[in-house]
Design a protein around this ligand. Structure first.
Ligand code: NAD
Length: 353
């Protein structure tokens, strides 16, 4: 069993902890938190051992009636791999702690690429992370673009990718984020940071990205144009993308017209927290004009990186091949959303024990 600790128990950390607990080859050693808030209570209710992320604050947990299993150093010492899910910039500060105890660590996309030896997307760069000490799972948007571009590159070659990212202003719980009534070029300069971040996965890819921020919390929407090395039919592209477990082609018959109904679909079908781990690509949007491919895809920012973190743990531990790890992760979480309108595969919820 791979012993996994999660440092930082917020939006990403709590999902990673649940995903680790669902894996047959992993044990969740515990989670480190800075304060005894509602998320700490939820962790206790789930039976997750809780560690004080900031040792001087241990008393706050005791005063709140929450028993601690130890301090963050104990969590790092007791883990084979740490998943650092602290806010952007804190992960880089924590790296020295992991080095001190020779514990390999996984950082998140809010950190700059040089925090780790390798940037990670399971579909595209699993092998590069095998046996590495420090790995960075790229951001939600970069994850979504990497998953889409990997099969396109392999099948047709990509001459140039141009993507407009229409980004949610904040996560549902982020009350200090915006805009609340505006549409912002963000950044107003071109390219946005996303293109260079995709280049940490595909260094030779020609990609330009621009960003817009809108008053929404549910998901991001990407307007994608890829100039391919060939001129395939749209149906061929649909078949190619449909074969990828982490790409969900949203069928026209489902009458899902936007991210609101996508989230409703996830909740109605029993997904934990209404999470959508897959890229959601509107099937009808997949169009080709000569060698140009166009499509819209939505990315659930809070959850698409979760399967990737699980695979990164196995890559670091050197236990499984890419295909085996992705298959196990998908099976245990229930990744591979398919509409009932599309045949027999209908897995939408986690596998039973
Ligand atoms: P978050 O604020 O929801 O959670 C971070 C947690 O870490 C909070 O509970 C915070 O109290 C805790 N924390 C703060 N300082 C700490 C410390 N020193 N030690 C331990 N814990 C500490 O943030 P998040 O959205 O989960 O983001 C975490 C990382 O994941 C960032 O790098 C972010 O860029 C990346 N990411 C976020 C999203 C998203 O949409 N939320 C998507 C992909 C990647």
């Amino acid at each position: 069993m791979i012993k996994v600790g999660v440092n930082g128990y917020g939006t990403i950390g709590k999902r990673v902890a649940d995903a680790v607990r669902a894996q047959p080859d992993m044990t969740l050693v515990g989670v480190a938190k800075t304060r005894p808030n509602y998320e700490a209570e939820a962790a206790v209710r789930k039976g997750y051992p809780l560690y004080a992320a900031i040792p001087e604050r241990s008393d706050r947990f005791r005063r709140a009636g929450i028993d601690l299993a130890g301090e963050v150093d104990d969590l790092v010492i007791g883990s084979d791999v740490i998943v650092d899910t602290t806010p952007s910039g804190i992960g880089a500060e924590n790296r020295a702690l992991y080095e001190q105890y020779d514990t390999p660590a996984i950082f998140q996309g809010g950190e700059s690429a040089d925090v780790a030896d390798v940037s990670f997307n399971a579909r595209a760069s699993y092998e590069a992370a095998e046996g590495a000490d420090f790995v960075r799972v790229v951001s939600c948007n970069t994850t979504g673009l990497s998953r889409l571009l990997a099969p396109l590159r392999e099948e047709y070659g990509v001459e140039k990718a141009r993507v407009t990212l229409i980004r949610r202003g904040g996560d549902p719980g982020q009350v200090d984020r915006g805009p609340i009534n505006d549409i912002l070029p963000d950044p107003v300069t071109v390219p946005s940071h996303h293109g260079p971040d995709v280049n940490t996965i595909f260094p030779d890819l020609d990609i330009d990205t621009v960003g817009v921020k809108v008053p929404a919390t549910l998901m991001h929407l990407h307007s994608v144009n890829v100039t391919l090395g060939e001129s395939p039919d749209a149906d061929d592209v649909k078949a190619l993308l449909d074969a990828e477990s982490r790409l969900f082609l949203v069928p026209d018959e489902a009458r899902i017209d936007g991210t609101g109904k996508l989230k409703e679909f996830a909740m109605d079908t029993g997904r934990p927290r209404g999470d959508l781990w897959e890229n959601c690509i509107w099937e009808e949007s997949i169009s080709t004009v000569g060698d140009d491919l166009y499509l819209f895809q939505s990315i659930h920012q809070e959850s698409d990186v979760i399967p990737e973190n699980v695979d990164a743990i196995r890559a670091i531990a050197g236990r499984e091949s890419r295909a085996d790890s992705m298959a196990t992760t998908d099976e245990r979480l229930g990744v591979g959303l398919e509409s009932l309108f599309r045949g027999p595969r209908q897995r939408v919820v986690p596998a039973d024990d």
